[in-house]
Structure formats: structure tokens, C-alpha cells
Unconditional design. Structure first.
Lengths: 413, 488
């Protein structure tokens, strides 16, 4: 940020002005440093084969130089983190938000779990919600669930009512009654973290066995009494021979013995990382919210709903940032500078900007919810609880029981 | 003229190539922009008048010739296979108390987020050096079309995947295009909208079909216009004479050859007057002060089996000479006045014998006899004959002073001052003898001129021929470009 006056925070009216104006998007960029300081190693997102997504970028200050970069946190991972931050703050009652939960509590499970529309992989369209029930009626057949069958960009009211985050992070109802042609909402919030000046490092992994067990000390066999034994007399007999442990009875199968050191690619050193976040106002402007079954929507109502969604997006980003950038094992980042949002409005220019902290974002969203209700938009304040199907409960119970046993049995009840 | 600018707000474009979904598409195809405009129109739902205007605008756009593009280079993001969670599962039926197989257990648990099955997907992306691309049509649209397009562009959300949001607008002052439509084989093939595209896209959307592929047009990059490389006071169009022996002189015979050639030229002039620029002498017999005809050997050097043999001689004409039909007087020396055929020149090289020179008018010649070998643009040059120093260095063995003298002589033939001069006994070109094996030029006043081989490096390319130093009209100080490996 150049010198001059500090940008102000933004009010609901200010936000609304942008939604009804010509600005294409809000964009915020933060530079981050590895926890250990610049030049420290970070472990970015890895994909199949342990590879990371490399790329080259160019900085306006050095236009002739291609700078090696690496993707540290992807669009999907960033969205998940933001939804998680929303869930955490909502669970502590900091603001209202329509949430649908599948709750496994009260079914005698050793470890009760709860999956919400904020953490299901496909959000409200997820299979786990589809399979769950309200009063023994499958979710999509309930009055609430049925509303999802006919949502689209021009009739988004039902989603605003029961899952507004789907309108911010995107959703594709690919397994509903319309199959692949089901409701598809493009994301209005995109965020990514890229590491700059990335140099790949090497990591050594090995295991030196404190007991010094040699390879030749085997073979080991599966014991009749559970576990392993070196005595073939004590082994389970399979196909008229003592059954070897694992594939060929090597001590490593019982977690003993040395593991040959391998050198795998390990992490990257980066000079800094940059998180770029865009909230597309153009995408929000595509949404319409007819009320009470009307065929057309009221432009004023649309404006308020879109403004509320923008506030929700800002809330998600701000809460996630406030929670810190502890992305994964050995990938912790700290912001270098203060965050601000730029209003992108070409051809005029990108001159306007504003700041927003967690408290401000919560206040903005809360006010937006009030305005929305006042305009007649439906909003489901209460958490909507679904019961998991009987099959799923049984499966989870069995699985948790097996886990604690620590062995993989076949067909024992 | 109307130009549409598109800015990638995340500074990368996530879009798949039509040819291969795992490859990124760059630059963005014009049809992709058109599809985004069509999508924007259906999202806008404008009032009737505006809607009609938008329809007209899209019809206008699709009937135009393919646009010119500005798009910077882009580096691809390393394509990775991402495993995304599937959504088409359901819990299998399980009876209370009944045994469950391992596979049933796994497929049921797969519903839970942490156990969810994943399918591989690719998200190919390109990172352009400049985040904005421009599409430009040279035709002038009616004002209503411009207004409607501006409205549609404001409603465009992304180009490609939804993770590459864009901003699009009418650009009043667009950058110059760097990609032009072209016929025939082209670097890029980009899909473009054509007449009827709007109807086709809408019809297929109604029928719930994917868009049909649009026709593609070739695009080629525009060569960046650069200022021509500076040249010397000598024209890059020499007259090349082929030498047929035996004998086959080597480079050390340069002075003998050029002296003999000049003598032969003057002798063939017969009774008529020889112009100053050819003889190198003024009317009163003193040396000419202006650039005049220079003669150099063209020798077989630089490549792996170079033997340094002289294959021919070149006549270099000063740029400022306006050569008329009589070749500035050169023609009657080189051509037979009666037949007009090239003369055969005989050079007597003392005890070495006589060799003959013919005008080389062949289409295909050895590399060393091609003009381009000596007159191409290059940054690095190495001497083929040693540079005779105009002035004696004050300090004995002062390399710095010698190098400065050479740098001065570079400027004297009209070139920019070189960034670096390195004077050595040995030439960088294979086949060239060391400087001490070349006879020195004798000065009329006293002693001989010192000479040395040299390597010269310029900041930017310059164009030959490069002839330097006191012996430049007689073949000394003649340079050849040092060509980096892999390029000739």
C-alpha cells in the first residue's frame, strides 16, 4: 500500500453500492512468510506421485525474469478452510447461519460424529445428506429438501434460506433428481496461495531399528494366538504350511528391522507466499431471488441478497485469516503485512479499497441478515438436524468397533 | 475498431485445451470469449430494448473477421492429477446383527468425508506474464452495439474454469496486437465465432447439449519491429572473386594477394583514369583520406576441418559511393568491354606462381564465399587477419592501450564502440594462423606496423563487413562473426 490515508472499513450501504454498481470484484492479496522466516522450508500441497504444482510467474518489477513458484494451497483447500472457520465461529454462536447437520449422536456409537453442510465434500448436495432423514423421510423428499430440486441462478431463494454458503462457494447437485443437469452454481469466491522463489528440497527418511533386528532374523509367522511368532509350530496353518506374516515374513512386516533410507523430494524453500482472494461481484449479480413463488424477482430484494452473500464471503475469508495459516504439517505461514481489499472496476480503475477485520465482518454479516429478513427473504436461523440412515449408523458402529480392536477381521459379528 | 480487454483476476487462466483436456489452453480462443458473452446475455435478462440490442451486438460480433489478439507468453502450471471426492455413493443395505463383509464396510464408510472415494481430475492452468489479453476487431461497430457489448462484458464472470474469474471491458486504448490471423501452417489454431454461432449455442443449450466445436483459424505471432543493426562504412554487398589455383594460398599471403589484385585492376584499366576510390590515391599521389575500395581474402576458416586456405577475394565498396551503371568505374576493370563477360584476372604472386580470379556468380557457393558469412549481424566478432595498429603503443606490451586503439578504429568505420576488445596473438577462428606468421605492413616512414588478432564484443548485434585498422584496405583487420554452437 502506498502512502496516503488508510482505507476505511466498509459499511453495509457501502457494500450495497458496489453490488449495484459496475465493480467486477473485490480482490485481496496478502504476502506471507514461512514460520521459520524467509527462506525456510514449507511443504506445499502434494498430488498424485507426491508432486507439487510448479509454475513460473513474472513480477512487474523484473519483467524479464521468470520466477519459479509453487502452489502452496489450492482453490479447493482454501474453500474448505474458510468453511471450517465459518463452522468454528458459528458453533460458538457468534452469528446466525443456516446449517444442515447429520448428527450421529445418540446412537450408541463409541465416537459420535457430526457432518454439516459446511464440511460435506459436496456441501448441501452431498451424498451423505441425501442419504439422511428427517422423521424417517429421506432428506430430499422432505419439504425443505424438495426446494433444492428446482433451484437455479434465477431462482436461488431456497438456497439463500437453507445454505447460503453454497451460493458463495459453488455447488453442483449432480446426483439429485435431475442427475447431471441438476442445479449448478459457479463459485463466487476464489482463493489460492502461491509460494514465490520456490526451490525444491530433498527429505531423507529412514528408520534405524533400535533392536537391531536383521532381515535374516525372520521369517515371521502369523501366530495362532494373535500377533506374530518366529516359531513355525505356533503359527496358523494355511494350505498345509505355517502362514507367513504379511507377504513374506520379513521382520519389517511386524514393524521391526531397518528401513533403507530413501531420499524423497521434501518441501520447498520459498522467499514468501502470496494469498490471492477474489470475490466476484459479477457472479453474485447473476443470482435472483423471487419471493413467495413469484416468477420474477424484485431488483431491490436481489440487491440485498447479493450484498448479504458478499458479506458472507468477506466473513469467511476474514475468519479463516484470523485463524492463522497453519496449512498442514510443516507448512505454517505468517502474514507479512496488513490485509486490505481492492475494488476492481475497469475501465475506470482500481483505486477504491477498504479493510475489514473479524469483528467488523461479523457485524457486517449480522446486519446483512437483518436487512435480508426485513426485505422478506427467508432465512433458516435454526440448525437443521438430519438423522443418518440406519444402514450408515450400523456401518459406522461396526467400523469404529473394528478400529479399536486393531485387527482386520472378516465377517465376525 | 473495437477492442475487448479481459483481465485474469487470479493472474492465471484455468482452461482446458479442446485438443487435449489435460493440456492448458493459451491464448484464450475468441470463441471462448463469445461463449462467455452469450452466457452473460442469458444471465442478464435485460428489458426488451436492451435485450434486442444485445442480440444485435452478438450477431454483429459473430459476423466479423477473426479478431487480432494481444496475449503475452504464458508458462504452464505443472499439471497435477487432483483427486476430487465423488458424490454418487449411497450406503449399502445392512441388516442388524448380520455379518458385514469388509468390502461392504468400506463402501458404506466411503460416505463419510474422510473416507470418501476420489476420482482423478486435471485442472490445467497457464500463468501469463501479463494478466490482460485484448481481442481487437478492425471494423467499426454502430454505437448501439458498443453500448450493448459493454453491458454484456460487465456481466462476464470467468473465462474457462470458475476458478479463473475475469474482468472484461471495452478497451478504448488497446495495446498493439501480437497475434494475427494467417493462412496456411500457423503457430496457433484458435477457435473463432462465425455467422450463426449464437443461434447454434442457444439451440444446443436448450437441447441440453454441449456446444459444438467452432471452426479454427491459424494465428501467427507478429515479429517485433526492431531497429536495424548498425552497419559500417562499407556496403554489405561485395563483389566476390573466386580463386582457382594451384597454387592455393593461405591467409598469410593476404598482403601479396591484395597488392597483386589491386595492381591487376589498375592495369586492366588501360588508358583511362582510375577513380580515387578504386586506386586509393589522390591525384597528387598521396593516400586517399576517404573510405575507398577495400580488398580482403575470403578463407576457409572457423569450422572443424578448416585449413585456412584462401578461396577467393572480396571487393568492398564504400557505402557513400553511389555506384551507377558503370560500377563507379569498376565494371570496365572487371568486365571485358567488348563482350561484357567477366574477365579472368591473373595474379602473379612472385615465386609462388600465378593464380586466377573469376567473378563468382554461382548460386551455391562454399560458406566462406557467401556474402552473408561476412555481412550478417552478430554481437561477437573474431579476426581472420590481424589488425594493423594505427598507432604504436606508447608502453611496450600494453594490452589495454592496444585494445583501446582497436576500439577507436571500430568507431572510425561507423560502428558503436564495442563493449569489450581482447587482443591476442591467436585468432578465435580455426584455421587462422597466429599473428606473428603474417608479414607486417611496412611503413613508408620507418619500421613496420604492429599487428595483433582480436576478439570484439558489442552490446548489440552489428552488421558487417568489419575491416579495422591501418591495413583495412589491404585485407588486414578483417573480421568474421563468432557463431555460437547450434546456430549458423
Amino acid at each position: 500500500m502506498e502512502g496516503g490515508t488508510m482505507p476505511d472499513t466498509i459499511s453495509f450501504d457501502g457494500l450495497r453500492r458496489h453490488l449495484t454498481g459496475t465493480a467486477a470484484a473485490f480482490r485481496s492479496r496478502i504476502d506471507l512468510e514461512p514460520a521459520g522466516g524467509p527462506g525456510d522450508k514449507v511443504f506445499p500441497a502434494t498430488y498424485e506421485g507426491g508432486r507439487s504444482a510448479d509454475e513460473e510467474r513474472v513480477s512487474p518489477e523484473t519483467p524479464d525474469r521468470r520466477i519459479p513458484c509453487v502452489l502452496v494451497d489450492s482453490v479447493a483447500a482454501q474453500a474448505n478452510r474458510m468453511e471450517e472457520a465459518l463452522r468454528d465461529a458459528w458453533e460458538r454462536g457468534r452469528f446466525p447461519l443456516p446449517v444442515i447437520s447429520v448428527d450421529f449422536a445418540g446412537h450408541d456409537l463409541p465416537k459420535p460424529i457430526r457432518v454439516t453442510s459446511l464440511d460435506a465434500p459436496h456441501r448441501i448436495a452431498d451424498a451423505i445428506l441425501r442419504d439422511s432423514e428427517i422423521d424417517q423421510v429421506k432428506f430430499r423428499k422432505t419439504p425443505v429438501g424438495k426446494k433444492l430440486d428446482h433451484v437455479d441462478a434465477k431462482h436461488a431463494t431456497a438456497l439463500f434460506e437453507i445454505c447460503p454458503t453454497a451460493l458463495v462457494f459453488g455447488m453442483w447437485d449432480s446426483t439429485g433428481p435431475r442427475g447431471g443437469l441438476g442445479a449448478k452454481f459457479q463459485r463466487a469466491l476464489v482463493s489460492e496461495i502461491v509460494g514465490w522463489e520456490a526451490v525444491r528440497g530433498k527429505r531423507v527418511s529412514s528408520r534405524i531399528d533400535p533392536l537391531g533386528i536383521q532381515l535374516g532374523a525372520g521369517p515371521l509367522y502369523e501366530s495362532k494366538h494373535g500377533g506374530w511368532t518366529a516359531d513355525p509350530e505356533q503359527a496358523i496353518v494355511e494350505k498345509k504350511a505355517p502362514k507367513k506374516l504379511g507377504k513374506d515374513g520379513k521382520p519389517s512386516e511386524a514393524n521391526h528391522g531397518n528401513v533403507t533410507p530413501t531420499i524423497a523430494d521434501g518441501g520447498y524453500t520459498i522467499a514468501f507466499a502470496r494469498q490471492t482472494t477474489v470475490i466476484s461481484l459479477a457472479a453474485l449479480r447473476r443470482l435472483r431471488f423471487p419471493l413467495d413463488g413469484a416468477s420474477r424477482s424484485d431488483p431491490e430484494v436481489d440487491d440485498i441478497a447479493r450484498t448479504a452473500l458478499a458479506a458472507l464471503g468477506l466473513l469467511a475469508v476474514t475468519l479463516a485469516r484470523a485463524a492463522g495459516f497453519d496449512l498442514r504439517s510443516r507448512c505454517q505461514l505468517h502474514p507479512r503485512d496488513a490485509e486490505s481489499w481492492q475494488v476492481l472496476d475497469r475501465p475506470a480503475g482500481d483505486s477504491e479499497s477498504f479493510v475489514l477485520d473479524a469483528e467488523g465482518a461479523i457485524a457486517l454479516w449480522t446486519q446483512a441478515v437483518d436487512e435480508a429478513k426485513r426485505a422478506g427473504l427467508p432465512f433458516h436461523d435454526e440448525e437443521l438436524l438430519l438423522t443418518p440412515s440406519a444402514e450408515l449408523i450400523e456401518l459406522v458402529r461396526r467400523s469404529q468397533a473394528l478400529e479399536s480392536q486393531g485387527a482386520a477381521d472378516e465377517g465376525e459379528s | 475498431m473495437i477492442a475487448i480487454a479481459v483481465r485474469y483476476l487470479m493472474e492465471r487462466a484455468v482452461a482446458s485445451s479442446h485438443a487435449d483436456y489435460s493440456e492448458p489452453e493459451w491464448p484464450p480462443h475468441p470463441d471462448r470469449l463469445f461463449q462467455a458473452l452469450v452466457a452473460a446475455r442469458s444471465a442478464l435478462e435485460s428489458p426488451e430494448d436492451d435485450a434486442r440490442g444485445e442480440l444485435e451486438a452478438l450477431r454483429w460480433l459473430e459476423s466479423q473477421a477473426p479478431p487480432l489478439l494481444y496475449a503475452s507468453d504464458a508458462a504452464p502450471r505443472g499439471v497435477v492429477t487432483v483427486y476430487v471426492p465423488v458424490n454418487d455413493l449411497s450406503a449399502p443395505r445392512v441388516r442388524q446383527g448380520a455379518a458385514i463383509s469388509r468390502s461392504t464396510l468400506e463402501s458404506g464408510l466411503a460416505l463419510l468425508p474422510e473416507h470418501r472415494l476420489r476420482q482423478p481430475r486435471h485442472f490445467p492452468a497457464s500463468v501469463p506474464q501479463v494478466d490482460t489479453v485484448v481481442f481487437r476487431w478492425d471494423a467499426d461497430p454502430p454505437a448501439a452495439v458498443v453500448g450493448a457489448l459493454a453491458r454484456l462484458l460487465r456481466a462476464v464472470t470467468y473465462l474457462g474454469h470458475s476458478s479463473s474469474p475475469v474482468e472484461a471491458w471495452i478497451d478504448e486504448d488497446p495495446r498493439d496486437p501480437n497475434l494475427l490471423p494467417t493462412e496456411g501452417v500457423a503457430r496457433y489454431r484458435l477457435r473463432i465465432p462465425t455467422r450463426g454461432r449464437l443461434e447454434s449455442l442457444e439451440a444446443r443449450y436448450e437441447a441440453q447439449l454441449r456446444p459444438s466445436p467452432a471452426p479454427a483459424v491459424g494465428y501467427r505471432p507478429v515479429e517485433p519491429t526492431r531497429a536495424p543493426a548498425p552497419g559500417t562504412v562499407f556496403s554489405p554487398f561485395p563483389i566476390v572473386l573466386r580463386l582457382s589455383g594451384p597454387p592455393h594460398p593461405t591467409l598469410t599471403s593476404t598482403l601479396a594477394l591484395t597488392t597483386a589484385l589491386r595492381g591487376a585492376l589498375l592495369a586492366s584499366g588501360g588508358a583511362g583514369e582510375i577513380p580515387e576510390w578504386i586506386s586509393g590515391h589522390q591525384a597528387d599521389g598521396s593516400a586517399s583520406t576517404k573510405p575507398h575500395l577495400a580488398l580482403t581474402p575470403l578463407a576457409n576458416t572457423s569450422h572443424e576441418h578448416a585449413d585456412g586456405r584462401v578461396l577467393g577475394l572480396a571487393l568492398w565498396i564504400p557505402q557513400e559511393m553511389e555506384i551507377g551503371p558503370d560500377g563507379g568505374g569498376l565494371s570496365r576493370l572487371l568486365l571485358d568491354p567488348t563482350t561484357g563477360d567477366p574477365r579472368r584476372l591473373r595474379l602473379t604472386l612472385g615465386r609462388a606462381g600465378v593464380c586466377e580470379l573469376d567473378l563468382d556468380e554461382r548460386e551455391v557457393r562454399p560458406v566462406s564465399l557467401r556474402e552473408a558469412t561476412w555481412t550478417r549481424t552478430a554481437r561477437l566478432w573474431g579476426s581472420v587477419t590481424p589488425v594493423a595498429l594505427d598507432r604504436h603503443p606508447k608502453q611496450k606490451n600494453s594490452e589495454a592501450e592496444i585494445e583501446k586503439t582497436i576500439a577507436d578504429s571500430v568507431e572510425r568505420i561507423g560502428l558503436p564502440r564495442p563493449a569489450l576488445v581482447v587482443a591476442r596473438t591467436v585468432s578465435p577462428h580455426l584455421g587462422v594462423p597466429p599473428s606473428w606468421s603474417f608479414p607486417r605492413i611496412e611503413r613508408k616512414s620507418r619500421g613496420c606496423l604492429r599487428h595483433t588478432h582480436a576478439v570484439i564484443a558489442f552490446e548489440d548485434d552489428v552488421r558487417g563487413p568489419i575491416l579495422l585498422g591501418a591495413g583495412r584496405y589491404r585485407g588486414y583487420g578483417f573480421f568474421r562473426p563468432i557463431v555460437r554452437s547450434g546456430v549458423e
